[in-house]
Design a protein around this ligand. Structure first.
Ligand SMILES: [Zn+2]
Length: 63
């Protein structure tokens, strides 16, 4: 089954956000998994928001 372009685009943004967040948290001494620092928080929020959006979209495609 071909993925619609929208889903591919969303996936790309989700992966980029995940990469940015991971890169930050690995190099940041202040971030903790349950409490990101001020720099890490927006990265983490963007990542979780895109993850939710992607999974929601994926679910719609499969039903
Ligand atoms: Zn941090």
């Amino acid at each position: 089954m071909n993925r619609p372009a929208r889903l591919t685009d969303l996936y790309d943004r989700y992966m980029t956000a995940a990469k940015l967040h991971r890169a930050h948290s690995e190099s940041c001494d202040t971030c903790r998994p349950d409490a990101p620092c001020e720099t890490g928080r927006p990265l983490w929020e963007r990542f979780t928001r895109l993850q939710d959006a992607y999974l929601t979209e994926l679910c719609k495609q499969q039903h």
